[in-house]
Design a protein around this ligand. Structure first.
Ligand code: NAD
Length: 261
């Protein structure tokens, strides 16, 4: 999914990037020459090995910085520890599925904190760094659920709509500067977050896991195919290219036609 963009000398901080979309985005930005900072809330040897692997494969600098983004001060500290942040990808996310009257308050709080408030905190610290550098990109990984809703996903849909709204505000606050802010709205991408929903979905609808994938999870994705993490990464690389200098405050759907329905 390589986009010919030269990002050498730029530093990208990608939240929630020891897995799934975040890791895919980190790899595509490194492929384009950016130095990358990986993050999650864990501090395992394999987290640091992922950074080493990216550094070696793409000949860039890569670091892993642990920060639990459910905590505002840790989200801010992540960007401070990175020291420089030309490209900020707010990607960390979790999911919980339950009818609203049974939705656990602590799950609501965690989803809003990790997916919406953390993006506020990281952006607040990163923007002055981008201004100092004279260039910057904020790319928020929202969702088709930032534009439409599904039952049983009250916190997720609320957080993602919030992220889309905040993206527009950041774009307006930086409109006259060489900084852009956009949200990518993927439909279903086959990552651990989606895979973990398959058994519950199958149980809820009394289906096999394969039927749950095709008939329930991909039901709203007209292409009937999952998007790939490299495609999300390629779109981020495009948003970092000069071709996208005037693209700001908008959403880009990568959803196989979901939001066209
Ligand atoms: P994933 O579970 O593979 O990755 C989520 C990442 O967030 C992981 O690296 C995880 O460690 C990190 N994370 C979770 N809690 C954290 C915390 N407290 N602090 C720091 N990091 C934390 O899932 P994914 O599918 O790659 O999801 C990435 C993003 O893409 C999420 O925001 C998700 O909502 C969004 N998204 C995913 C899909 C999809 O179909 N997979 C579709 C639309 C949007």
């Amino acid at each position: 999914m390589a986009i010919t963009t030269d990002l050498s000398g730029k530093t990208a901080v990608i939240t929630g990037s020891n897995s799934g979309i975040g890791l895919g985005v980190a790899r595509e930005l490194a492929r384009a020459g950016a130095n990358v900072v990986l993050n999650s809330y864990t501090d395992h040897k394999k987290d640091h090995e992922l950074a080493e692997e990216i550094a070696k494969n793409f000949n860039v600098e890569a670091r892993y910085i642990q920060a639990d983004l459910s905590k505002g001060d840790e989200a801010r500290a992540l960007i401070e520890k990175a020291g420089t942040c030309d490209i900020l990808i707010n990607n960390a996310g979790i999911q919980h599925v339950a009818p609203i009257e049974e939705f656990p308050t602590e799950k609501w709080d965690a989803i809003i904190a990790i997916m919406l408030s953390s993006a506020f905190h990281t952006t607040a610290v990163a923007l002055p760094m981008m201004r100092e550098a004279g260039w910057g990109r904020v790319v928020n990984i929202a969702s088709a659920h930032g534009l439409t809703a599904s039952p049983y996903k009250s916190a997720y849909v609320s957080a993602k709509h919030g992220v889309v709204g905040m993206t527009k505000v950041v774009a307006l606050e930086t409109a006259k500067e060489p900084i852009t802010a956009n949200a990518i709205c993927p439909g279903y991408v086959l990552t651990p977050l989606v895979e973990s929903q398959i058994p519950d979905t199958a149980k809820k609808y009394g289906m096999t896991e394969e039927e749950a994938k095709q008939k329930v999870i991909l039901e709203r994705q007209p292409s009937k195919e999952f998007a790939k993490t490299e495609q999300i990464g390629g779109t981020v690389a495009f948003l970092c290219s000069p071709a996208a200098d005037q693209i700001t405050g908008t959403t880009i759907s990568i959803d196989g036609g979901w939001t066209a329905l």
